[in-house]
Ligand binder design. Structure first.
Ligand SMILES: NC(=O)c1ccc[n+]([C@@H]2O[C@H](COP(=O)([O-])OP(=O)(O)OC[C@H]3O[C@@H](n4cnc5c(N)ncnc54)[C@H](OP(=O)(O)O)[C@@H]3O)[C@@H](O)[C@H]2O)c1
Length: 270
């Protein structure tokens, strides 16, 4: 595992850029080794004030002063953001831009540019994200290690072939929205059974968090942990039978399939 770079910057200073910069500061990089560019002066002032990082309106300045440059603009802003960047020095680019391929990035930055592509998710905003890093034959191991070190500042990292990033988008990219829908529905269900809404919400959020932590810490298969709370003829099995009858698993299979397909479709658009 590689160490953090000596300097890093972001092109775009929105939510994802802020998450990465915040994570890098938390990880021990000096704020004056970090720089963010954005056309929005308010955003620049906000980041300079809250994190102490340097800011600029010029993307080229980020490239000139960073070992690693995180590309964090919206997909439709990519062409403009990467126009006329210097080719020397040549930083490592780490793109978090959804749906824009390594081929797109190399076409915009030059075939010789050192480029990696990633897919983070919104819990990165509190350092609890999971990011998939695309492995491809043109990206060297040391560049992948360096990109991974930067992304670890906002959570965990897994490596997948680029072709699997659409499925990653369907699972962990869109996943927080599935979880929020589950939490909302379970809270409504608790209120329907007579619980006060604030108590219902705490019960549900802590149940989701605690169950996820138990899974992570024990490393057990979910079915094993489920069996431990499911006594024969008891309450849990009655609830589980109702979930199965309503097609809970089928609904999740369909959701991930639809989101993955939509990600593929968006990626094909010019
Ligand atoms: N948020 C997430 O959880 C998440 C998860 C996975 C992937 N991503 C990806 O991360 C990227 C950034 O998302 P975000 O949520 O951080 O978006 P965002 O908050 O809109 O940030 C993008 C920033 O880039 C600025 N910008 C626009 N044109 C620019 C240019 N030419 N040069 C430099 N900066 C420019 C924007 O300024 P204006 O507002 O003035 O346009 C904005 O401040 C997206 O591509 C998204 O697909 C995000």
């Amino acid at each position: 595992m590689s160490d953090l770079p000596k300097s890093a910057g972001t092109i775009g200073a929105g939510n994802m850029a802020e998450a990465v910069l915040r994570g890098l500061v938390r990880g021990g990089l000096a704020a004056d080794a970090l720089i963010a560019s954005d056309p929005d002066a308010d955003r620049r002032t906000y980041l300079a004030k809250t994190l102490g990082v340097r800011t600029t309106a010029h993307n080229a300045e980020v490239v000139r002063s960073s070992d690693v440059v995180v590309i964090a603009v919206k997909p439709g802003q990519l062409e403009t953001a990467l126009r006329n960047l210097p080719t020397e020095p040549s930083p490592l680019y780490v793109s978090v831009v959804a749906g824009r391929t390594l081929a797109d990035l190399r076409a915009l930055l030059g075939a010789q540019a050192r480029v990696t592509r990633t897919m983070p998710n919104t819990p990165a905003l509190i350092g609890a994200g999971i990011t998939a890093l695309a492995v491809d034959p043109q990206t060297g191991d040391s560049d992948l290690d360096q990109a991974e070190a930067v992304l670890r500042a906002v959570g965990q990292v897994v490596r997948v072939p680029e072709a699997q990033l659409d499925a990653v988008t369907g699972v962990s990219g869109s996943g927080p929205a599935y979880v929020y829908t589950f939490v909302e529905a379970l809270t409504d269900a608790a209120v329907r059974e007579g619980l006060p809404v604030d108590i219902a919400r705490s019960l549900v959020v802590e149940t989701v968090l605690g169950s996820a932590n138990l899974l992570r810490e024990t490393g057990e298969h979910p079915a094993v942990l489920r069996d431990r709370v499911t006594s024969p003829g008891g309450t849990t099995v009655a609830g589980l039978a109702a979930l199965e009858a309503a097609g809970f698993r089928t609904a999740l299979l369909g959701a991930v399939h639809a989101a993955t397909a939509r990600s593929r479709e968006l990626g094909r658009k010019p």
